[in-house]
Design a protein around this ligand. Structure first.
Ligand SMILES: Cc1ncc(C[n+]2csc(CCOP(=O)(O)OP(=O)(O)O)c2C)c(N)n1
Length: 567
């Protein structure tokens, strides 16, 4: 059937099961927008900045497991997507970004609003395309979705010149695709699985480190079975939170720079690390030479490029986590490890998670209250910095995939647009965004998107009046020289009002619970500006460049004697 390029794109999006596009128009994509009303099943959400579109698509993708779609015009529209694409890339989130490009005959002439977006995004996409003819569109879109969602998921960009949107071609949706050189490995090698099972059986002090790969692969039951069958404690990376219930007796919580003391001690004392769908990020490992110094390492990951990248691995297993664990579980012997679990428990008791006892309004208290009010039945989306770490530490994650956070790129401003994407993808869920007052100001304009599209996100601004995490480093490593971190903000309650959503300010501990209840009882988006203790720090903390075992727990100011050097 003859169709325009724009129609072909819409037809393909429908075939791929797309329900929503987060986008922002411009000259070269008008032909696409002009076609969109013919496809009412494709909901378009108009963001206020293209970065918001990319984060929203990313949040939608992480929460639903489906591919998130964002769309922007050429030049500045496309470059505004870049941070969001890089964010999705580092966190393995399946996003298809569609950009308009200047007409074919103008490409390479520095035409108005021309940017070489395929060149720019080459290192931050799993793959990208510049489409040269309308006849190529169907195959390209099909491939893009396939690449985005299979293997290790990631963003794929499709750049479409204006005249390709207008050009007519025969449309046929390719039911099958065959991409040369792209054949992800889903089944782990049997010999390696056998070796891994043997190592697990022989280990005395094994620890599982579960990353986001467990969530992506939906291997919750398989992970639980392995942990229970072989009685192995489970720690999570930041992005792996939500892969294993933190209510489980074998859960030790998060490891890493701001991980739980007992989780870091368990990893440091282990004789076997079973790393599952995680990539040994430096925030998780601390100093690599001091990481699990006495342990052998089994690494299960679908991306062969991750194996041995940062940490030496004894048994590499490339494959889909769910398949590999299912096979492994058949071979691992049931076992009890009372001594090891007693030791881990002793560490837990010796290093209780302390929060200062005070009448001041502490950020940790806010997070705990949200946990209590929701009974953990919510999806938490965070900003980056202290708020993110407190959200990771003080909320008890019982539900699968209930924390959505920018782990790899650490993108301030992720919280609001990503929360919008999460809520659009999961309308039945309560979605709380834990926001930094700095990060929130980076994408604050998306409040208008939430209001216009009636996206009922609940926003908790942890307002400490600082770029808090940077201030914390200045506090600890730069002799408290707070350069460029004190942060004035607008009156967020007035901002909320101006955008057309209710907002309240909370300054005292006693007001927190009622405010959270009020936000949840309201049917639309709701903002709470929590004015918290400005100089509260996140602990425990492994100083940068140190081994995980060198964590510091809630020192008093007098106890801090770390060198004033650049970490
Ligand atoms: C886009 C971006 N710019 C700069 C940084 C560096 N950075 C990391 S945390 C942080 C402070 C964040 O401040 P805020 O959003 O108020 O959150 P808080 O740490 O106070 O909770 C900064 C500036 C970043 N992560 N992202």
């Amino acid at each position: 059937m003859r169709m325009t390029g724009a129609q072909i794109v819409c037809e393909c999006l429908m075939k791929e099961g797309v329900e929503v596009i987060f986008g922002f128009p411009g000259g070269v994509v008008i032909p696409f927008y002009d076609t969109l009303p013919k496809y009412p099943q494709l909901r378009h959400i108009l963001v206020r900045h293209e970065q918001g579109a990319a984060h929203a698509a990313d949040g939608y993708a992480r929460a639903t497991g489906k591919v998130g779609v964002c769309l922007a015009t050429s030049g500045p529209g496309a470059t505004n997507l870049v941070t969001g694409i890089a964010n999705a890339h580092l966190d393995s989130s399946p996003v298809v970004a569609i950009t308009g490009q200047v007409p074919r005959e103008l490409i390479g002439t520095d035409a108005f609003q021309e940017a070489d977006i395929t060149g720019i995004t080459l290192p931050i996409t799993k793959h990208n395309y510049l489409v040269q003819e309308a006849a190529e569109l169907a195959r390209t879109v099909r491939e893009a979705f396939h690449i985005a969602r299979t293997g290790r998921p990631g963003p794929v960009l499709i750049d479409i010149p204006r005249d390709v949107f207008v050009e007519e071609a025969d449309f046929q949706f390719p039911e099958k695709i065959n991409i040369r050189g792209y054949k992800p490995t889903y089944q782990g090698h049997p010999a390696q699985i056998k070796r891994a099972a043997k190592l697990i059986d022989e280990a005395e002090r094994p620890v599982i480190i579960a990353g986001r790969g467990v969530i992506i692969s939906g291997a919750y039951a398989e992970l639980k079975e392995l942990a229970e069958k072989a009685q192995i404690p489970v720690v999570n990376t930041l992005l792996g939170i939500g892969s294993f219930s933190q209510g489980h007796v074998l859960s030790l919580g998060m490891l890493g720079m701001h991980g739980m003391a007992h989780a870091n001690l368990a990893v440091s004392g282990a004789d076997l690390i079973i790393a599952i769908g995680m990539r040994f990020d430096d925030r998780a490992t601390g100093k690599v030479s001091g990481f699990a110094p006495n342990a052998q390492v089994i690494h299960i990951d679908i991306d062969p490029a991750e194996i041995g990248k940062n940490v030496r691995v004894n048994v590499p297993i490339v494959g889909d986590v769910k398949n590999v664990l299912a096979a492994l579980n058949q071979q691992v012997e049931p076992k009890t490890r009372p001594e090891w679990l007693r030791q881990v428990d002793q560490w837990r008791q010796e290093h209780p998670f302390r929060v200062r006892d005070t009448d001041d309004l502490l950020p940790q208290y806010v997070v705990r209250q949200i946990c209590e009010a929701t009974r953990s039945d919510t999806i938490i989306v965070t900003g980056v910095g202290q708020n993110q770490m407190w959200a990771a530490q003080h909320f008890c994650y019982l539900k699968p995939n209930s924390l959505i956070s920018s782990g790899g790129l650490g993108t301030m401003g992720f919280e609001l647009p990503a929360a919008i994407g999460v809520k659009v993808g999961c309308p039945q869920e309560t979605v709380w965004a834990i926001c930094g007052d700095g990060g929130f100001q980076m994408t604050i304009q998306e409040l208008a998107t939430a209001v216009q599209e009636k996206v009922a996100v609940k926003l908790a601004i942890i307002n400490n009046g600082y770029l808090g995490m940077v201030r914390q480093w200045q506090d600890l490593f730069f002799r408290r020289r707070y350069v460029a971190t004190p942060l004035s903000g607008p009156d967020f309650v007035k901002i909320a009002e101006a955008y057309g959503l209710p907002g309240i300010r909370v300054t005292r501990k006693g007001e927190v619970a009622a405010a959270i209840e009020k936000a949840m009882a309201y049917e639309g988006p709701f903002l709470i500006d929590f004015i918290v203790e400005p100089e509260e720090n996140v602990y425990p903390m492994v100083p940068p460049g140190e081994a995980l075992s060198a964590f510091i727990e809630a020192p008093t100011r007098e106890e801090i004697s770390w060198p004033a050097s650049t970490p």
